[in-house]
Design a protein around this ligand. Structure first.
Ligand SMILES: *[C@@H]1O[C@H](CO)[C@@H](O)[C@H](O)[C@H]1NC(C)=O
Ligand SMILES: *[C@@H]1O[C@H](CO)[C@@H](O)[C@H](O)[C@H]1NC(C)=O
Ligand SMILES: *[C@@H]1O[C@H](CO)[C@@H](O)[C@H](O)[C@H]1NC(C)=O
Ligand SMILES: *[C@@H]1O[C@H](CO)[C@@H](O)[C@H](O)[C@H]1NC(C)=O
Ligand SMILES: *[C@@H]1O[C@H](CO)[C@@H](O)[C@H](O)[C@H]1NC(C)=O
Ligand SMILES: *[C@@H]1O[C@H](CO)[C@@H](O)[C@H](O)[C@H]1NC(C)=O
Ligand SMILES: *[C@@H]1O[C@H](CO)[C@@H](O)[C@H](O)[C@H]1NC(C)=O
Ligand SMILES: *[C@@H]1O[C@H](CO)[C@@H](O)[C@H](O)[C@H]1NC(C)=O
Ligand SMILES: *[C@@H]1O[C@H](CO)[C@@H](O)[C@H](O)[C@H]1NC(C)=O
Ligand SMILES: *[C@@H]1O[C@H](CO)[C@@H](O)[C@H](O)[C@H]1NC(C)=O
Ligand SMILES: *[C@@H]1O[C@H](CO)[C@@H](O)[C@H](O)[C@H]1NC(C)=O
Ligand SMILES: CC(=O)N[C@H]1CO[C@H](CO)[C@@H](O)[C@@H]1O
Length: 683
């Protein structure tokens, strides 16, 4: 017999002349068998002799063809006549027929197997006392029922007219005439179109031949063809070193009433390198599991490739696979994920220092910081193989990090060192100090303003300036609308401000940090305004405003008295405060009555006047009396803090007037001295 492949090859060689020669296969007449009719009954022990004639090479198909008994048959060679050869024949000869030679004998063309129905005849071999060709009386034959498929009970008979009944286990007859679900076919057996309950289990075919009853038994069972799960006990890619052993388990689970099978496909197969495969079946209450373990001793590079496990259960198949790579020798390749200096930021929740690792087998990984084991060094360091994570980054995390990968067994070590810097946003220390309220600066004085900054990378310090609007009566520091953009302060840019003596920076190591003091020296304080220092680095900017209020009175708050009056004389009290720093200026007199202090507002005070630098409030006590004695207090509210500031003088008016010519002044110490004998001034 020729296989399909051979046919195809012949076709190629001869250009399918056969086909073209006959113009079309369909024009060929079917081969003819020398016996007319569709069936034939032959006594066992008798010969069978069949001749098939056709217009091309023919061949015989018969029941025993695939069995060892086929040797008993003699098939003659094809004999052909004519030119071209169009009359061919072939004989089939069997000397002694036996029961199981019963079946379909067919003859067909070799090259047109599909285009023509074979010609054939069904031959029954009978011995006069047997009913069935196959007898199963000791052990019923097991027949699987697949879901949705018809069931055939193959109790084939030795003679076409034998009457057969199908019975269930308790003897009930199932083959009722007229039942369309069950059909008797003397060449096949009982065909049950839709097998349902009574057809499950033990069944028997029964027939009487010459008064003797013959029974052959079958056991049908429903088989599940479902595959629940198939899996390998390895990941979808495996790596091994040369000469190590490969073991893969493939597991299939199915319903209990099924028998799954496992087949392996693997690279070594084509080189005749066979794996050992061990199979095991485990049944539990709910399922059947089939395990198949593939094992290869000492893998080599030819074992590299795809390992496929195919599970079959009836028509169902499922496959899983894995890929094997075989490494000739262990290796470690490692490099940092980021090159260059690593930069983190203070306060960052998480920072990862990572390396890319390609190695086999997996190496032992240790992390070091500044030559100490990183994990021991800080609880904030979390190590997961090739990644070190720093939680809540702090400045102390600066340093050298080293990851060391080791394959001890092969004495293989690779180290990678990375440098981490931790950036810090600019900080200005003065801002964190408690005294933040504005100060006053003496008119004409030289003043040094400073901002002490820190940051990583070191911040750049710039100074800017916004002068207060220059009109005399305002008591708020407003800014010129045209200079709302701050002016850069430089040595030569004092057009709208004070003369700058110098702008310098000094760096010092304080508490282990390099801190920089930016110093701005104002030479001749004349103009009030706001100086701003700004510290900038790549992470951002920090600024500090320095309110620079020029004052013409010491400390921006000053009281004075023209003289200490005697009874009948006049006395003027003057209170001067910096106009930007203070508001709500007032004079009050506090007097003691017994042990109580009473506050008097002074009705004889004028309204305050505003000069270039100060707000001035004077109170004039005319024709003083002893009742005007007391503590004179000037009060003002600090514009920024809301605190009430005060300064006071105790003044005692004496009964006898001093010489009328005597004046209270700094230049007449002598007279003053004479007067002090009469008036006492305390401050
Ligand atoms: C076909 O074969 C039959 C039987 O061998 C023969 O009688 C017939 O002449 C053949 N036909 C042709 C066209 O050769
Ligand atoms: C085939 O069978 C026929 C008819 O019986 C016979 O004439 C012929 O010789 C046989 N040929 C061969 C090769 O056996
Ligand atoms: C066919 O029948 C013969 C004789 O009874 C027996 O020896 C042989 O094993 C049978 N073959 C099969 C496949 O049952
Ligand atoms: C494979 O399965 C068998 C049977 O369950 C088990 O004995 C063996 O240990 C398994 N092998 C592996 C590598 O898991
Ligand atoms: C191997 O399995 C993967 C899924 O795990 C699948 O995508 C792939 O097609 C499979 N390869 C083969 C050759 O079966
Ligand atoms: C370690 O990293 C791997 C891969 O990134 C991850 O799957 C695993 O959960 C991590 N382990 C821990 C303890 O965080
Ligand atoms: C790698 O680091 C380990 C541990 O610190 C050290 O013992 C080894 O000498 C280093 N190897 C190289 C090549 O730097
Ligand atoms: C401080 O600055 C000096 C000079 O630039 C440098 O040598 C030193 O290492 C720095 N110190 C720190 C703690 O940054
Ligand atoms: C006090 O002031 C009033 C009003 O200005 C003035 O008339 C009077 O002469 C002054 N008295 C003395 C003693 O200076
Ligand atoms: C005044 O002081 C006296 C003696 O110190 C005391 O007895 C008296 O209660 C005080 N009066 C008031 C109103 O505090
Ligand atoms: C000053 O006070 C005295 C006594 O109270 C009074 O007699 C005198 O007229 C007053 N002089 C003036 C200028 O008010
Ligand atoms: C400088 C002055 O006038 N001194 C006089 C202070 O008072 C005494 C007596 O009251 C005189 O003797 C001083 O001449």
């Amino acid at each position: 017999m020729l296989s399909c492949v051979t046919v195809a090859m012949l076709c190629l060689l001869f250009g399918c002349l056969i086909l073209t020669g006959h113009s079309s296969g369909s024009k060929l007449k079917a081969p003819v068998i020398n016996i007319k009719g569709k069936e034939l009954v032959i006594q066992a022990g008798q010969p069978i002799h069949l001749t098939c004639r056709g217009n091309q090479t023919v061949f015989w198909k018969f029941p025993a063809a695939s069995r060892t008994e086929s040797e008993r048959f003699h098939i003659s060679d094809n004999l052909c006549q004519g030119n071209p050869k169009t009359a061919c024949y072939r004989n089939l000869t069997l000397h002694k027929a036996q029961l199981n030679d019963t079946g379909f004998y067919s003859c067909q063309y070799e090259y047109f197997t599909s285009s023509r129905k074979p010609s054939g005849i069904y031959i029954f071999i009978t011995d006069g006392h047997s009913a069935f060709i196959d007898m199963h009386n000791r052990e019923p034959k097991i027949i699987s029922i697949s879901k949705g498929e018809r069931l055939v009970i193959p109790c084939r008979v030795t003679s076409p007219n034998i009457m057969v009944t199908l019975r269930e286990i308790y003897g009930r007859v199932l083959s009722v005439p007229g039942d369309k679900n069950i059909v008797w076919d003397n060449k096949k057996g009982f065909i049950i179109r839709k097998p349902t309950q009574p057809f499950f289990g033990l069944l028997s075919c029964e027939a009487k031949v010459n008064g003797v009853t013959h029974t052959t038994a079958y056991f049908t069972h429903r088989e599940s063809t479902e595959i629940r799960k198939v899996w390998l006990d390895v990941p979808n890619s495996i790596r091994l070193l040369r000469n190590s052993n490969l073991a893969i388990n493939c597991t299939v689970t199915t319903d209990l009433n099924s028998r799954a099978e496992i087949q392996w496909t693997y690279p070594g197969m084509q080189f005749g390198r066979l794996a050992s495969i061990i199979k095991r079946i485990v049944l539990s209450d709910s399922e059947a599991a089939v395990y198949s373990m593939l094992f290869i001793h000492k893998v080599r590079s030819i074992d590299q490739g795809l390992y496929i496990c195919t599970a079959k259960n009836g028509p169902s198949t499922k496959t899983v696979n894995t890929t094997l790579r075989v490494h000739a020798a262990p290796y470690i390749n490692v490099k940092p994920r980021k090159t260059g200096v690593l930069e983190a930021e203070v306060g960052q929740k998480l920072y990862h220092i990572a390396v890319k690792v390609r190695a086999f087998p997996p190496p032992e990984i240790t992390w070091w910081k500044n030559n100490l084991l990183a994990a021991d060094k800080c609880a904030r360091y979390i190590i997961n193989n090739s990644v070190l994570t720093i939680k809540d980054v702090a400045e102390e995390d600066v340093g050298e990090y080293m990851v060391s990968l080791k394959l001890k067994q092969w004495n293989l070590i690779k180290n990678v060192t990375m440098t981490l810097t931790v950036n810090v946003k600019p900080q200005i220390y003065e801002k964190s100090m408690s005294i933040q309220e504005p100060q006053s600066y003496m008119l004409g004085s030289r003043q040094t303003l400073s901002c002490t900054v820190y940051g990583v990378p070191p911040p750049k310090i710039t100074w800017t300036w916004r002068p207060c609007k220059r009109y005399h009566f305002g008591s708020r520091c407003d800014f010129h609308s045209d200079s709302s953009v701050p002016l850069i302060v430089g040595k030569n840019s004092s057009s709208m401000g004070n003369k700058i003596y110098s702008i310098t920076e000094r760096t010092r190591l304080i508490e282990g940090k390099n801190k920089t003091a930016g110093l701005l020296v104002v030479d001749d304080s004349q103009v009030s305004g706001i100086y701003t220092c700004a510290a900038t680095n790549k992470l951002g900017m920090e600024r500090r405003d320095i309110h620079f209020y020029v004052t013409d009175v010491p400390s921006g708050f000053h009281i004075s008295i023209d003289r200490v009056a005697k009874e009948g004389e006049n006395m003027t009290l003057t209170c001067s405060v910096n106009k930007y720093l203070y508001k709500n200026i007032s004079w009050i007199l506090r007097r003691r009555v017994g042990n109580r202090t009473i506050n008097h507002s002074i009705s004889k005070q004028r309204s305050a006047i505003t000069t270039e630098y100060s707000t001035i409030l004077t109170a004039v006590i005319q024709n003083a009396t002893q009742a005007d004695s007391g503590t004179y207090e000037c009060r003002a509210t600090n514009t920024f803090t809301g605190d009430v500031m005060s300064q006071s003088k105790d003044i005692a008016i004496k009964g006898e007037p001093c010489s009328r010519k005597i004046h209270f002044s700094r230049t007449s110490k002598q007279r003053r001295k004479n007067c002090t004998t009469e008036s006492s001034v305390t401050q």
